[in-house]
Design a binder for this molecule. Sequence first.
Ligand code: HEC
Ligand code: HEC
Length: 275
Amino acid sequence: MKFESRIISLCFLVATLSLGANQARAQANEPLPLAALTQTELDDGRRLFRVHCARCHGMLGEGGEGANLKRARLTHAADDASLISIISGGIPGTGMPGNWTLDPTDLLHLGAYVLSLGQLPTEAMPGDPLAGSVVYQGKGSCSSCHILAGAGKGVGPELSAVGLRRNADYLRRSITTPDADQPRLATRFRGTLNSFLTVRVVSEYGVYEGMRINEDAFSVQMRDLSGTIHSFEKSKLISYEKDFGHSLMPGYGATLNATEVDDVVSYLMSLKGEI
Ligand code: HEC
Ligand code: HEC
């Protein structure tokens, strides 16, 4: 915590030195608002974003593997200081990595660019979210594998705030061709695995297939199709396979028609953890 607040003060120091237009504010010892940065600094922020962030957040911040950032209100960043601290330190326990190579000026420019994304119009829904919730509960039987606002069970990731994490394209692919959004590479951040990887474990007690929750050199934890969590000691296993490119979720491309898919995508887009 101390370290982070030191980074932030350093940011303001750099800002004080580099932003002539805001010198009066800086002399008054007030933190500089990111919203006051110039167009040239925003352009630099966009350039840095494309290098460091676009592979997860999309070229235009529209989201993908990372959160959609084209929102007026960010969940983890209520103010300028928390935004800068997230960009430099990441969000522990999630897929958002820290970025220690960025210097304080980079952080300011990136922060200002992320803020400017929130002023863009949000993505339009392709269908009717209410009709989508009916498909979700009924024909899709999605709640047999997903938890949403405390209800449901099973192997899949919690979906209560999926609308903040994922954009429409990604959600459509998740539903129609789940194998396509399976991770190609496992990513590890501060000891937590962030990808949904299908694993198959054979032990002396039987065969287990499920979604990996965590793994280290000695053990692996996974959730099976019924939602039960298992933990295994690797040295005691007969075999352990990682099934990259295969999802335990069935593809709905044939079960649901185009309108139903649009409606479910819209329903998922509306899930922002505010229920
Ligand atoms: C490896 C993929 C990845 C990279 C690279 C990445 N992010 Fe993220 N980011 C994520 C994920 C996933 C989340 C959502 C975390 C959560 O809440 O579960 C996230 C969340 C965020 C949030 C918080 C959104 C909110 O609603 O509060 C901000 C801001 C952010 N990222 C900015 C950036 C910036 C700026 C960069 C580049 C320096 C970056 N990210 C690089 C994956 C990534
Ligand atoms: C048999 C279990 C099962 C069923 C039924 C199921 N899912 Fe999934 N779902 C999973 C698993 C496992 C994953 C994680 C692996 C992956 O991304 O494919 C997943 C991933 C997802 C994701 C991606 C989440 C993210 O943040 O990346 C979405 C969205 C999703 N499911 C929506 C749905 C919807 C909507 C339905 C119903 C139409 C549904 N699922 C039915 C098991 C299931």
